[in-house]
Design a protein around this ligand. Structure first.
Ligand SMILES: Cc1cc2nc3c(=O)[nH]c(=O)nc-3n(C[C@H](O)[C@H](O)[C@H](O)COP(=O)(O)OP(=O)(O)OC[C@H]3O[C@@H](n4cnc5c(N)ncnc54)[C@H](O)[C@@H]3O)c2cc1C
Length: 417
């Protein structure tokens, strides 16, 4: 079958790969000149099944209230007259109930574990290089109360099959000696040895090259203006770009447009619970033993992650609810670097940090939307929120199975038609 994949981020590109491997003829459309150029460009780099606890959890509301109106807060909700953001906020509140959180953790762990396995198999098969590290992920806590909550979250994740172990402050420093300077501040941590890190953008570009080698046709610099339907039948996609406007047709269509997915689906009457949530990253050039961590770290209290990508340290995270706004906020960039210097006072950078921001395609539960729609030819692979890199390969492999008429492996609530 001929499949048109809309979007060449990490999710669209992996979808294209697995669909081509399943024997389909695949065309990918993206408005950027290269794959992976929007939210998949400079994220935190973590393949973190251990990050399966969604933002919507029973402990988050007091924090959000404390952070309201603070420009440098890890999570910043800007009040806007935006009905989609308000409706999303109400659904987010529902997902904070303990039963919902547990249900969401189960779905995310199942998909993320499967996905990490798919990524490892793909890496072995294709010998892909993307500054990957297989040294686990260490979450650190400075407040005894957040450590106690993390012990609870780790227990839940172990029940779902993840090797996330709670560890003492001493053990944190053994795992990552660059934390020695802040040993006194640490209440404890938890360590997931099987988690990984790597550059999502390098991976996406490398996989796109291999996919092109398999015959996938990438139509870049091409904007999807409209998905065209006649009743319940999708009849094509209007695309404008270098070659002018044209209608592209296929036997099936996959929407993998990240944060922009709802905008193209709304005219078809499909309303996704998905809004853009802005995050920031700083990429700092480092060399050798520079006081920078080499094990990927998560600082949950500040909503930040740290990943060593070759001779760069990537610091990423924080969340800002401000619509489709990609302006860089200097206060938030400064907060990223301030926390980095607090945790790694001996860090020696060999150049200036490069700042970036991107829009996470966030659902209230952080569970992505994967599967079919009421339009028989239209499929979704979107809404991966904070974990799009972690879940990309598994989401794409599962989608390719479903589209090929096979059951998908992970125990996950796929969207039904
Ligand atoms: C600061 C930050 C840190 C993060 N850290 C991590 C992490 O450590 N680990 C992790 O797993 N995840 C992380 N994430 C999340 C992850 O980056 C995203 O979930 C993931 O990149 C989403 O991929 P995507 O392919 O769905 O979206 P995108 O990468 O945005 O891809 C969508 C594509 O659609 C194209 N597009 C959109 N509209 C149109 C149109 N009309 N016509 C044509 N093309 C269009 C865009 O050009 C883009 O290429 C982080 C995100 C942020 C912002």
């Amino acid at each position: 079958m001929k499949v048109l994949v809309l979007g060449a981020g990490v999710v669209g590109t992996t979808s294209a790969w697995y669909l081509a491997r399943a024997g389909h003829e695949v065309v990918v459309v993206d408005r950027q000149p290269v794959p992976g150029n929007e939210t998949s460009f400079a994220n935190g780099g973590q393949i973190s099944v251990s990050h399966a606890e969604p933002w919507a959890n029973p402990y988050v509301l007091p924090q959000v209230i404390r952070w309201l109106g603070k420009e440098d807060a890890p999570l910043l909700w800007r009040w806007r007259a935006d009905s989609a953001q308000l409706a999303w906020g109400l659904r987010f509140l529902r997902e904070c109930l303990p039963g919902r959180t547990r249900h969401n953790i189960a779905a995310i762990v199942a998909l993320a574990l499967y996905s990490r396995g798919c990524l490892q198999a793909l890496r072995r098969e294709l010998a892909l290089e993307y500054d990957q590290r297989e040294r686990g992920i260490l979450h650190i806590y400075t407040k005894p109360r957040s450590f106690a909550q993390a012990v609870e979250a780790a227990r839940t994740m172990r029940q779902f099959g993840l090797d996330r172990e709670s560890v003492s402050a001493e053990r944190c420093v053994e795992i990552e000696p660059a934390l020695a300077g802040v040993r006194r501040l640490l209440a404890g941590g938890d360590y997931t040895p099987s988690d990984e890190s790597g550059d999502a953008n390098k991976f996406t570009r490398a996989l796109a090259e291999r996919a092109a080698g398999l015959g996938v046709d990438f139509r870049l610099d091409s904007t999807v203006d409209r998905i065209v339907a006649d009743g319940s039948a999708i009849t094509g996609v209007m695309v404008s770009g270098l070659g002018g406007g044209k209608l592209l047709t296929a036997d099936a269509y996959v929407v993998a447009l990240g944060s922009y997915s709802p905008l193209l689906l709304r005219p078809l009457g499909l309303r996704l619970p998905l809004i853009p949530v802005k995050g920031y990253s700083a990429t700092v050039p480092v060399q050798g033993d520079s006081g920078a961590p080499t094990v990927s770290l998560t600082d949950d209290e500040h909503r930040l992650v740290f990943s060593r990508l070759g001779d760069r340290l990537r610091i990423a995270g924080t969340a800002e609810f401000s619509g489709y706004n990609l302006e860089m906020n200097a206060v938030r960039c400064a907060a990223l670097m301030r926390r980095t210097r607090q945790l790694f006072p001996d860090l020696k950078a060999v150049g200036e940090p490069e700042f970036w921001c991107g829009l996470r395609p966030a659902t209230p539960s952080n569970v992505p939307i994967i599967g079919c729609t009421r339009y028989p030819k239209l499929w979704l692979n979107t809404g991966h929120g904070t974990l799009g890199w972690t879940m990309a390969c598994g989401s794409a492999a599962a989608l390719a199975d479903l589209m090929s008429g096979r059951p998908a492996a992970p125990d996950f609530p796929f969207a039904r038609c």
